[in-house]
Structure formats: C-alpha cells, structure tokens
Design a protein around this ligand. Structure first.
Ligand code: ARG
Length: 464
C-alpha cells in the first residue's frame, strides 16, 4: 500500500508517510461530517489570512486576489450544494484547501503559509460561536419580550405564591413572569461576558509556537472583528475554555427554561388549572382520547439534561490535556454544536408558546384564597399594633388552626372571632386579610404590588 492517493484526495502529510491510512482510522479520525458547518467562518478566516500575508509581502497582490476569488467560488459551490465533501480529507479545513488548489493551482498551496490547522480551527470555532451567541441573544430577547407582554397583561392577576410548593403568600402572575424575565436577563449578561472573553484571535499562533513569517496579527484581528490577537500562542491553540463557558451558560439557560417548564406542567394539570397551553404546543395520546400533554415543556425539561451532559463532556475532554494542541480537542465540536442547536430551539419554541398561554385568573384567585396566604399579613398587622413578631406569629397560628377547623379562610372570620385571638384586632384588619390588600402593601422595589411590577416592566423595557 502506498501513502499516495490520486489527485485532490492526497493527504498533505504524504511526504513523511509510506503507508496509507487504514480505512477504519480514516473513519475514526474524520470530523468533516460535523465540522463542515464551519465552512463559512473557515473561508472568512482564510480570506483575512491571505489579505494579511499580502499586506506583509509574503503573497503578491495577484496571489491574494486569486485566492480570495477561489475561496468565494468555493463558498458558492458549498451553498449551492455542489461541493464534494471527502472524509479522506479529514476536516472542513483540508477539504476547502484541497479544492482551492484544485481550482486555482499553486496560489492555493501558498494559503497555509504561516498558519496551522491548530490556530485555524481555534479561530473558526470562535467566529462561529460569536455568531451563535449573537443569534441566541436575539432569540432570548424575543422570549423576554413575550414574557414582558404577558406580565403587563397580568400585572393585577392574583395567584398563590409558593414555597415548598405549599401556598405561601399571594403574588401576582405578572410578578411571577417578571421573575422569569430576571433569570433570562442574567443569562443574556452571561452570554455577553462570554462573547467578550472569547473575542481574541488565535490566528498567528500557527501550530503552537508562532511563525517565522513577518505576520501582522493586529491587521488580521481587525479584519475578523476580534478585539485583539491572543496573547500566548500555546494557550491560543489549546484552550477551549471559551466553549466551556458558553456551554455552561447554555446549561444555565436550559435550567431556567426547565424550571419554567416544570411550572407550566404543574399549572396546566387538571388539579391546578391555572393556565391552558395552546393545542399548537401540546400533543395527544395514542391511546387515551382525553389527553392533552404539555410535551414542549416536558421535552425542554428533558433537553436540559442533554445540554448539561454536553458541558460535562467537554470539561472531561479538557481535563488532563497538556499544552498545546491535542487531537482530543476535535471532540469539542459535537457537544458544542448540539448545545447551541438545542438551546436555540428551546428558546424559540418557548417564545412561540408563551404568547399563546391562556391564564385562568379566577382559578388562581380561588387557589390563593385557600391555604391562608394572608396569614403573614395578619402577623405584620399585629406587629404594627406593637405586638412582638414572635408573639404575633403564635397568635396567627392559632387563628389559622381555628379557621382550618371551621373550613374557611381568615378573611371569612367575623371581627369578634378574630378578636378572640387578640384584642388589638380592629375592623381595619380586613384591609390586610384580603388578597388585594396583601399584594398592594408589598409596595417596594422588588415587591409584588402591581405598581411595582409595572415599574419593573418599564425598567426592563427601557434597558433593552
Ligand atoms: N479537525 C481538527 C480539530 O478539530 C483540526 C486540527 C487538526 N490539527 C492537527 N494537528 N491534527 O481539532
């Protein structure tokens, strides 16, 4: 067996080898089946590299323009679906370079001067992910807008607030939606942090130590929209911390969506009945005709496991790798792409589902009236009458016990009945025992009072 294959399928390292790659090894080591999605950024990076090489005199202007035209033509071929991807050529980088040389001859062979696939791939992933982060951030904003609209519509809608999934204190549905908005707001912030840290350019690091050519890395960085060239060549080609950071942010987003999903599942059950999820976002059962299942929410909860798994995979891939590049790093792409795709799809489908929720305000109101959700308000009322909080807590506990035995709410008790627990109680107690009284008095920044929720919505809208 010889190491030489016909024409463009030759390996670039054929000079050193006498035996051809084993067929199984070829299948085992290829990445083109999944890294071909980097084609656009790979071409963009190559064009910038060629321009830089011409600027410093390593390529002639003629060679530069031949290369750039050749790369544009390949871009066209790929987008028309006419490009012939070959797994013998391993990855997206070698596929494109081989085709370029096939099309334009010797100038194509010069493109790889002062560069290695190690700095090339590290650059490509950053360019790709940068774009991904921008698109994802835009999608998250669409979802946040939908939540803000819903919060605005339901600012006065009273529901039970829960701790331990037991009725705790009344809140408004708008306030609850704004809690979701806050989670996503921090996720957006994390994405922009991650984008900022990853926006430094590996190109020029070459294989690991830099290059002997008089390259101008600042120029290439500028052409590609990087903030600066990466400081250290060994680090630039080897670390994938930027991808881990993105994947951990993706995991946070999925965990947030998963928690929202859990609430949607609970709220849409017959036992709660707080909301109705549109048929367009549910599926039925093949056997039980009555069923309408909240599958989108359930799948999102499930997919969070997958995105967290992807993060853990990359953490494990990186652990124990010595400097600089190791082939282990090729394993970064599948989990990274999967996380990006999954979180993008989840955010999109949520943004479609939220505006179509039906909110059953009467049912939520009724649920808030059960479970003595204004008990704390009564305790606070007694504190304002100079009773120490711990004593007030005990007095109200007794009142709750009595109300429970009588099978009604605190607000259904007569004034005389209430006064049997404390003679500090007057007629004005009913202002705090009602659900409306309870939410209206939580009137400070971050509280559930409807005017505070309206102000919170306004602040977020203004910051957009
Ligand atoms: N496909 C490779 C990767 O994704 C590109 C870099 C290969 N470098 C090498 N020295 N074999 O990591």
């Amino acid at each position: 067996m010889t190491a030489k294959k016909a024409g463009k399928e030759e390996k670039p390292w054929k000079g050193r080898f006498t035996v051809a790659t084993d067929q199984l090894v070829e299948e085992y080591t290829e990445s083109v089946s999944y890294d071909k999605r980097l084609y656009k950024v790979d071409i963009e990076g190559s064009k910038a590299h060629a321009s830089m090489l011409a600027k410093v005199g390593v390529l002639t202007d003629k060679e530069r323009s031949t290369i750039i035209e050749g790369l544009d033509q390949i871009l066209e071929e790929i987008e028309q679906g006419e490009f012939n991807w070959s797994s013998t050529l391993e990855d997206v980088h070698m596929n494109i370079e081989a085709r370029l040389t096939e099309n334009i001859g010797d100038a194509g062979k010069k493109l790889h001067t002062g560069r290695s696939r190690n700095d090339q791939v590290a650059t490509d992933i950053r360019l790709y992910l940068r774009q991904g982060i921008e698109s994802l951030s835009a999608e998250i904003k669409v979802l946040m807008m939908a939540l803000l609209d819903l919060a605005e519509k339901e600012t006065d809608t009273i529901m039970p607030g829960f701790t331990h999934l037991q009725v705790a204190q009344p809140v408004t549905f708008g306030h609850h939606m704004m809690a979701w908005v806050e989670m996503l707001r921090r996720d957006l912030d994390r994405l922009s942090d991650c984008r900022r840290r990853m926006n430094s350019m590996p190109l020029g690091a070459a294989a690991l130590a830099g290059t002997t050519f008089p390259i101008d890395r600042h120029y290439t960085a500028e052409l590609l929209g990087f903030d600066a060239p990466a400081e250290n060549s060994l680090d630039a080609v080897s670390d994938r911390d930027f991808a881990m950071e993105f994947m951990s942010t993706a995991s946070f987003i999925m965990i947030h969506l998963s928690r929202m999903s859990e609430e949607l599942v609970i709220w849409s059950s017959a036992q709660f009945g707080f909301i109705d999820i549109s048929d367009a976002y549910c599926t039925g059962s093949s056997i039980m005709p009555q069923k309408k299942n909240p599958d989108v929410a359930e799948l999102t909860r499930g997919k969070s496991g997958r995105v967290i798994g992807n993060l853990v995979a990359l953490l494990m891939i990186m652990k124990g790798q010595p400097l600089a590049y190791n082939r282990d790093n090729q394993e970064d792409k599948e989990p990274l792409f999967d996380s990006l795709d999954t979180v993008m799809a989840a955010v999109r489908v949520f943004a479609g589902m939220i505006p179509q929720l039906t909110v059953r305000s009467e049912i939520m109101y009724r649920a808030a009236k059960q479970g003595f959700s204004t008990a704390t308000d009564l305790a606070d009322y007694l504190v304002r009458k100079n009773i120490p909080f711990r004593d007030a807590h005990e007095i109200v506990g007794k009142a709750v016990q009595a109300a429970e035995q009588a099978g009604h709410d605190l607000s259904d008790m007569s004034l005389d009945e209430l006064r049997s627990f404390s003679d500090e109680i007057d007629n004005d107690v009913f202002d705090v025992l009602t659900l409306e009284g309870s939410i209206n008095t939580r009137d400070h920044i971050g509280g559930t009072a409807p005017n505070q929720v309206r102000a919170a919505i306004k602040r977020v809208r203004e910051a957009f």
